[in-house]
Ligand binder design. Structure first.
Ligand code: GLU
Length: 480
């Protein structure tokens, strides 16, 4: 068996979106699973569409996700260079081979002439095929004219796609397409085939927009006398409602935006792996190693895969919860906060937040009371005071403060609960306002918020000293 070689070959024409990253991920997983090699090649032959900064962006995105390449840009390897624009001599030498074997010829027409052929075909309502205008004889190619492939007259091509099974397309797909443009750069159709051959690529994974061109590629492989690699077609990614192709509006965003929004790369990897592939089991959460173990091409689905952001949030929460307290703090990028309180707050964040951004918002919002003393509102403190029992709230806070005094500074929330609940239960037995008459003002005195974690958790995070000082402050307000 030949060793597996896969590649990711993006064009640097924009940011890396989920579709591109998923193709890279599947190619990489497959190579890793089979102990093969994974290549990163940059297809920069369309200079007009190139976007500055796109190559570093691709590198940063893959690196962030943990998709490492064995050879390619930024890394080198036996087939360097990996930037197509630096491989022009190679494409020219393949072109010469094709010319010598009678499979390629220089296009003798001007752009205007070709346009006229096209318009005439359109007026006559027949498909435009360049091969109908193929010149009888050809000049030698001096590199200033486009070089065209002399397409064979084959009726139909069929091939096996490793994800989709038998596919086919008719001869109209194979015309005399351009191999090398007048500007000296090869077309995608030509360059990727030369490179896949030179780099020994064994499985090519890409989107379904390439199916219709596959007969072109097959005819070119045939002309070059090379067995084509296996083709694997990715399912399209659909909008969350599954009705149309995922657009920017539905979340087809730059993959690094997820990093900025506080997602973990392990979550994105897990989520993207399942966006069009399934393990055949109910398992939802996969580590990198588990994915490599489980991945196989036959379970890549044919139908489109709906992009479910809610699912992504739950996968991200799962991976956030797997982090140790220390890792959670380092990776969460929390800064300027009391570290010992932050450590104690991590379980609360794991329970509530789906992303690190959400966690940071909680720390400066509903959980800010853990780090700074809240402002208290007298009427809120008295929200559970019964008109027929004036002073009950103050008395409750005073006895709570006494009970908390006996607790150590680093007390656990269970121990706080054990110390406080008997008081609250006694209040309940009295029937005047119940437990809430004690627990509400306590929680409010500590947090200054209508909604917050329970008072036991708050006291264990704040420490008994700080808790008592906040309760005393509340009593002070009631005495005014
Ligand atoms: N450069 C092509 C693109 O970005 C790659 C297609 C392929 O993988 O062959 O669309």
């Amino acid at each position: 068996m030949t060793a597996v070689v896969t590649r990711f070959a993006p064009s640097p024409t924009g940011f890396m979106h989920v579709g591109g990253v998923r193709t890279a991920l599947y190619s990489w997983l497959y190579a890793r699973k089979h102990g093969g090699r994974f290549i990163l090649r940059i297809e920069d032959t369309d200079k007009e569409r190139e976007v500055a900064g796109a190559i570093p962006h691709i590198i940063e995105s893959l690196t962030w996700l943990g998709i490492e390449w064995d050879e390619g840009v930024d890394r080198g390897g036996p087939h360097a260079p990996y930037l197509q624009s630096e491989r022009l001599d190679l494409y020219r030498s393949y072109a010469q081979k094709l010319i010598a074997a009678g499979h390629a010829y220089p296009d003798p027409y001007t752009e205007n002439e070709v346009e006229e052929f096209r318009q005439k075909a359109e007026m006559e309502k027949r498909p435009f095929l360049f091969r109908d205008h193929r010149p009888e004889t050809s000049d030698t190619w001096d590199g200033t004219k486009p070089l065209r492939f002399r397409a064979p007259r084959i009726m139909r091509y069929e091939w096996d796609d490793l994800a989709r099974g038998r596919l086919g397309a008719g001869e109209e797909a194979v015309d005399d397409f351009i191999l090398i443009k007048g500007d000296g750069y090869p077309t995608y159709n030509f360059a990727h085939i030369v490179d896949d051959i030179e780099m020994g690529v064994t499985q090519v994974m890409r989107g379904e927009e390439f199916i219709s061109s596959t007969p072109k590629y097959l005819s070119l492989y045939e002309a070059l006398g090379v067995t084509p690699p296996a083709f694997v077609t990715m399912p399209v990614i659909l909008s969350p409602d599954g009705k149309k192709k995922l657009s920017k509006r539905d979340g087809a965003k730059d993959i690094l935006e997820y990093r900025n929004e506080g997602y973990l790369p392990e979550a994105l990897m897990n989520f993207l792996a399942l966006l069009g592939w399934n393990p055949g089991t109910e398992q939802e959460f996969f580590s990198k190693d588990e994915l490599i173990q489980a991945f196989d091409l036959s379970r890549i689905q044919i139908s489109g895969a709906g992009f479910d952001e809610v699912k992504l949030l739950s996968v991200n929460q799962h991976w956030m919860r797997q982090l140790s307290v220390e890792d959670f703090i380092t990776r969460g990028g929390f800064s300027g906060l009391d570290i010992s309180k932050l450590k104690k707050a991590v379980p609360l964040l794991k329970e509530r937040a789906h992303t690190f951004t959400e966690a940071r918002e909680m720390l400066s919002g509903e959980l800010s009371c853990l780090f700074s003393e809240p402002a208290l509102d007298r009427s809120q403190l008295l929200a559970k005071e019964r008109p027929d029992c004036p002073g009950m709230t103050k008395t409750a806070l005073e006895s709570l403060s006494e009970a908390i005094k006996s607790l150590s500074e680093g007390v656990s929330s269970e121990a706080v609960k054990e110390a406080i609940m008997p008081l609250a239960n006694a209040e309940e037995a009295k029937g005047k306002g119940g437990r809430g008459a004690m627990l509400w003002p306590l929680r409010y005195a500590l947090s200054g918020q209508e909604r917050s974690p329970d008072p036991f958790t708050l006291i264990s995070i704040l420490g008994s000293g700080e808790a008592i000082s906040r309760i005393r402050k509340a009593i002070g307000i009631l005495e005014k």
